[in-house]
Design a protein around this ligand. Sequence first.
Ligand code: MRU
Length: 346
Amino acid sequence: MFKTIEWFDGKVRIIDQSKLPFEEVYLVFENYQDLAEAIKTMKIRGAPAIGVAAAFGVALGAKASHATQTSSLLDEINHISEVLAQTRPTAINLFWALKRMKEVASTHACLKVDDLKRVLEEEALKIARKDAEINRKIGEIGKNLINDGDSILTHCNAGALATVEYGTALGVIRAAFEEGKHIQVYATETRPLLQGARLTMWELMKEGIPSTLIVDSLAGFLMRKDKINKVMVGADRIAANGDSANKVGTYSLAVLAKENNLPFYIVAPTSTIDLSISSGEKIPIEERGVKEVTQISGVKIAADGTNVLNLAFDVTDAKYISAIITEKGILYPPYLKSLAKLRKYL
Ligand code: MRU
């Protein structure tokens, strides 16, 4: 089994997702700057995975510090966190992990430099271990929403590659399959970076889960033709009212699901919930480079000079979401109430 991200011999090792599925190469990072660049360029991606990468980044940066005083190390940690925070704006998991690392650093400000470095490494490892645990829990809880014979649509990649292991939306699908349910999965290719075609299909095929790749624009017609009977996707940030940001195209799928009377589920750990944001209007949406749209694997598909808008995420209004599956249980509308009940865990 591949490892999405791990702390290895005092360094961080990731599988290079930009090369999958054709090459299974691992990259090893000895400094946080290179790891930050790998997050930006999506060699590692997916909300929970970039949260763990950010935590490891802080541990890595602290480890390499030459500070002799704890106060200087704390200043450096703040700077390292700022650099990591600049990588990708939408997934709250990244900021959640940075906040947690900074809090741990400041509550241990009385320690000597080397001891604080060790505490930070342990905390990052704890975040990583917990992510794997949480995903299995989400799978256990969510699989009850999948029936024998279901045909499920998923978008982008919310699988093992988007987390430390197992996955969120794909984790639920995996758990239902492991239980012996006969299911069929439709994966959208997910333009422009093709996470569905390259990553989700790779994962599903490895597991032997019956799956079919479709172009993004076929999803609505398949719902209409009763080929799909539920939709399960991940999330990058869930606002206090339940509005959820996820890979661009998710909103269209949710509207189509509603039109076709199909349940639309968001699957995410509680670290994806941002109660500080009242609605999806306030979720920062990442805008990425033009070439991601005008080229596929380096081959031009649009005339030079083409004007492009490349928003990497969109926001699905809470009214389209049938339920939000978390490790703390399944939340139902009204989300303002059901999400608020989770405040004590966040
Ligand atoms: O741009 P990406 O590939 O990082 O986007 C990933 C998604 O949108 C996922 O669906 C989301 O992060 C949830 S992953 C468990």
